[in-house]
Design a protein around this ligand. Structure first.
Ligand SMILES: CSCC[C@H](NC(C)=O)C(=O)N[C@@H](C)C(=O)N[C@@H](CO)C(=O)O
Length: 655
């Protein structure tokens, strides 16, 4: 019977994650990845499928189980894709883990190996469909004793990276010959490559300053004479590039660092002849990327911006929704596809912009593939329908309130589904801080809801989805962000009637920092769960992949300059005030917020006799809750439920 099963932690099993909707430039096919979560194999079994646009016929192109990231060729006849492999050489050393393979669209299944690489940062076909520009990580430390002379030492999800250079290459797809593009840099991390439509140039955005890897330079490489020259320096942001159809201008996704790491990503127009920069989306005052949180995504190799003859397409995060926009030089940005209370999660457009493939999700619908053509949207896949029919999913309700400084703050409440008694509720704080809650699908929220916990999720100051000013809490962590959250608690108790004696607080990363901050400043909550969090900004500064620049930018301190401020903003400073039973969850390969952040808090709570438990997940990183091994994700959810069930009195208790 539909909705008969309780959606518990192991309901992850069998969920299909649809991603990477890639339209062939001629608009004939849409290629995408379907990854099935398998508890049996403890993996994501990913295959590459295609839909014939005119007939809707579904085709299995690569049956997996480790295939993903299809990138169609400009002539629409072939595509490259990534195959994940685990192999070692005769001495037992790990070999590069990704096969870059070439396949034909005319003969599904036929494929050949182009190269064995450590990973793929960016790919761009030559217009003649014979070569690829690629940004590839090179250099794997296989030494026993690690002799390190660079920064970062390690990077979340990649391990030790002190020997890794992300370099630009040209690959002949038929011969497999790889030719490095020399930029003459001692240290480099290429973030994007883009081949010009006239085939003559390759634009390359690259970080060249090891101590300031957030500064990007843009080079243009002349394919004919093999020379590269700098056209812009010291830019910030994601660094994605797209050429204009006439190969004269570049679109650049980034910013000028107006508000440090709190700046919105903008579509910048870069003239490679003059180096001139013009902001095309500043009038929007919204982030020109998708920052909505979701835990049902699979890896994708799509670009975040695409320039077709109809304009530059990009996604905008706005009040929990993600909308597809388009902008042309000299015109205001305009919404192309507004999904309402939903998320356009990824997109790709045909060369003429007449066909747009995208994935869409809602709070109660995991991602599926859609086609937008002639002002009409059509759903093309139903991979998650059978999974969804098994469970009862409650609908969230939006609320908003006027904060004490007059600003409007919005949030959502996800109650237990019909027939499930409310045990209590959790205030779930997102990370970033510059991400947003909204209309993305959160499997974890439905697990909590099905267990009887209403989930309250709010976008306090520091969140994305609103103005740049709303997002900018630099130097003021634990102030307006904390007040917005506490005023939201006040609102849901007084206005929505949630029981004040059965509340928990939880959050990850920055949300873990805020959870740690909350329990050091109030004993309102009966339980807390802090995940991949931050307890000490001074040690965060030197132990992680982003610490030395993220802390200085966001907290306005370093261990040597204003260290008092670093300590004042560290939840560990207030550990002697914590009374809330706290579960601490961390991964042992989290190099974004290192394990020391959890250990310091755990030790403090143990010494103070506060009930606490530390769960360390082996072989996992900062993204455990989003892409960790399925069995670990289930274990994590069970630990959370056990902790809440232990510390939140059942519904029978008086409030
Ligand atoms: C290099 S500055 C950006 C830091 C980055 N911010 C975002 C928006 O991702 C980041 O990793 N922040 C962490 C402290 C964090 O809170 N991460 C979030 C969002 O990825 C999480 O939930 O893990």
């Amino acid at each position: 019977m539909p909705g008969a099963e309780k959606l518990g932690p192991d309901s992850l099993d069998g969920l299909v994650l649809v991603s990477n909707p890639a339209v062939t430039p001629d608009g004939r096919y849409i290629l995408y990845t379907a990854a099935r979560v398998s508890l049996a194999t403890d993996s994501y079994e990913s295959s590459i499928l295609a839909v014939k646009v005119d007939s809707g016929e579904q085709i299995v192109l690569q049956s997996g189980p480790r295939d993903s990231c299809p990138v169609p060729s400009p002539d629409g006849r072939r595509y490259v894709f990534a195959r994940k492999v685990e192999q070692r050489d005769r001495r037992g050393n790990k070999l590069p883990g990704i096969e870059l393979r070439l396949a034909s669209l005319d003969a599904p299944g036929a494929s050949q190996l182009i190269a064995r690489v450590e990973g793929i940062v960016s790919l761009s076909w030559s217009p003649d469909s014979r070569r690829l520009a690629a940004a590839l990580p090179m250099g794997r430390p296989d030494e026993d004793v690690k002799e390190i002379e660079t920064l970062p030492v390690w990077f979340n999800g990649k391990g030790f990276v002190y020997k890794t250079r992300i370099e630009p290459f040209i690959i002949d797809v038929d011969s497999g010959i790889m030719e490095r593009i020399e930029l003459g840099l001692n240290w480099l991390q290429v973030s994007d490559v883009a081949w010009s439509p006239d085939g003559k140039k390759i634009a390359i955005s690259v970080a060249a300053d090891m101590l300031r890897p957030y500064l990007l330079d843009v080079y243009v490489y002349d394919v004919e004479n093999g020379e590269a020259h700098v056209v812009a320096q010291g830019l910030r942001g994601y660094g994605e590039l797209a050429w204009s159809p006439d190969s004269k201008l570049l679109a650049y996704l980034g910013h000028r660092g107006e508000r440090g790491f709190s700046s919105h990503q903008k579509i910048m127009l870069l003239n490679p002849e003059t180096g001139g920069l013009e902001c095309l989306t500043c009038s929007l005052d919204r982030n020109a990327v998708n920052t909505v949180n979701s835990d049902v995504r699979f890896r994708s190799c799509l670009k975040k911006l695409q320039w077709t003859i109809r304009g530059i397409y990009f996604l905008v995060s706005d009040s929990g929704r993600v909308i597809l926009y388009r902008v042309q030089p000299g015109m205001e940005p305009e919404p192309v596809l507004d999904p309402g209370e939903a998320v356009v999660d990824e997109f790709s457009a045909s060369r003429d912009g007449s066909i747009i493939a995208y994935t869409l999700m809602t709070p109660v619908d995991p991602k599926e593939l859609y086609l937008y053509r002639g002002m009409e949207a059509r759903r093309l896949t139903r991979h998650t329908e059978a999974w969804k029919r098994r469970y009862k999913l409650a609908q969230p309700r939006r609320f908003s309130f006027r904060a004490s400084d007059g600003a409007t703050v919005e949030g959502w409440v996800l109650p237990p589904p019909e027939g499930v008694e409310q045990r209590g509720w959790v205030l779930y704080i997102h990370g970033g801080p510059k991400t947003m809650w909204g209309y993305g699908f959160m499997h974890e929220f439905h697990v909590l809801s099905n267990a009887g916990y209403t989930v309250v999720y709010v976008n306090p100051r520091g969140s994305d989805g609103y103005s740049e000013d709303f997002a900018d809490i630099r130097c003021r962590y634990g102030e307006r962000d904390y007040m917005d959250l506490m005023e939201a608690v006040d609102y849901v108790v007084k206005q929505l009637g949630l029981p004040k004696s059965r509340a928990a607080v939880m959050g990850g990363s920055y949300g873990g920092f805020m959870t740690n901050w909350v329990i050091g400043h109030t004993s309102f909550f009966r339980a807390a769960v802090t995940m991949r969090g931050i307890s000490n900004w001074i040690s965060m500064y030197g132990t992680t992949d982003i610490g030395w620049y993220f802390v200085e930018d966001q907290l306005c301190c370093t261990p040597w300059r204003r260290s008092d401020l670093c300590w004042e903003k560290s939840p560990l400073r207030y550990a002697d005030r914590i009374e809330t039973p706290t579960l601490i969850i961390h991964s042992n390969e989290d190099y974004r917020c290192w394990l020391d952040q959890a250990l310091q808090l755990y030790t403090a709570l143990k010494l103070r006799g506060v009930e606490t438990k530390l769960a360390i997940f082996p072989g996992e990183n900062h993204d455990l809750s989003r892409s960790g091994k399925p069995r670990h994700r289930v274990k994590r959810l069970q630990l959370i439920l056990d902790w809440l069930n232990k510390h939140i009195p059942g519904a029978r208790n008086e409030d």
